[in-house]
Design a protein around this ligand. Structure first.
Ligand code: HEC
Length: 194
């Protein structure tokens, strides 16, 4: 009889504890309960779209001041025009060391990105040309559509071409970073001598 009462008491206590946990946990529907590392949810930094009294216009996302350049960004201030092309020809020179390693990288990048049209030896006979794409002129024997022989194309003219493209050739600015462009140019200079 006594044992039975003890069990009942224990049962009642367990039910009361369970019910109170249930009731208190349901009280605030928006509560996430215990949070691990709460500053991951409520961080100190401003959100881009958050109001911010530190700035005159009250916005967090500020437009960068004119002329600002992202860290690691290489400026190429020559417009995609004939004048920009000619000016780059005079002013823009390679910035990488003329080493065997850079040459080898350039050869590989050329094979991947340029040879489908220009051909592995730069004669304008790549695979897509064999299937009907307009052939580019040979680097060593052809004439540039912008005047002059292809073999005389300068660092700046080739860099301008890779950056913007020309006519049937698209821009390779998103595929090749500035350093890679200079490596490819090293290899194009070799093809100009063939
Ligand atoms: C989709 C085909 C295609 C690919 C890929 C291609 N080119 Fe061209 N390229 C052309 C054509 C076509 C021309 C001739 C355009 C014209 O002058 O009308 C040309 C012209 C050029 C010229 C001469 C520009 C001038 O001033 O006359 C250079 C330099 C050049 N390409 C370099 C490259 C390099 C470097 C790559 C690889 C990063 C490349 N091309 C990839 C099609 C291509």
């Amino acid at each position: 009889m006594l044992a039975m009462n003890k069990f009942r008491l224990l049962g009642t206590i367990v039910i009361i504890i369970a019910a109170s946990i249930l009731i208190t946990s349901c009280k605030d529907k928006r509560s996430t309960g215990w949070e691990y590392a709460p500053n991951m949810y409520e961080h100190i930094a401003y959100d881009p779209d958050q109001r911010n009294d530190n700035f005159k216009d009250g916005k967090t996302a500020q437009v960068p001041p004119a002329g600002t350049i992202p860290v690691g960004f290489t400026k190429f201030d020559y417009p995609n025009t004939k004048d920009g092309y000619e000016l780059a020809s005079v002013e823009v020179k390679t910035v990488i060391a003329q080493t065997q390693a850079n040459y080898a990288d350039g050869k590989l990048l050329f094979a991947h990105f340029c040879s489908p049209c220009h051909g592995l030896s730069g004669q304008g006979d790549g695979l897509v040309v064999q299937h009907g794409y307009p052939p580019p002129p040979s680097y060593s024997k052809g004439q540039s559509s912008r005047g002059g022989a292809m073999k005389d194309l300068t660092d700046g003219k080739i860099y301008h071409t890779i950056t913007y493209g020309v006519n049937a050739m698209g821009s390779y600015a998103s595929q090749l970073n500035p350093e890679e462009r200079w490596k490819v140019i090293m290899y194009v200079h070799h093809l100009q001598t063939l």
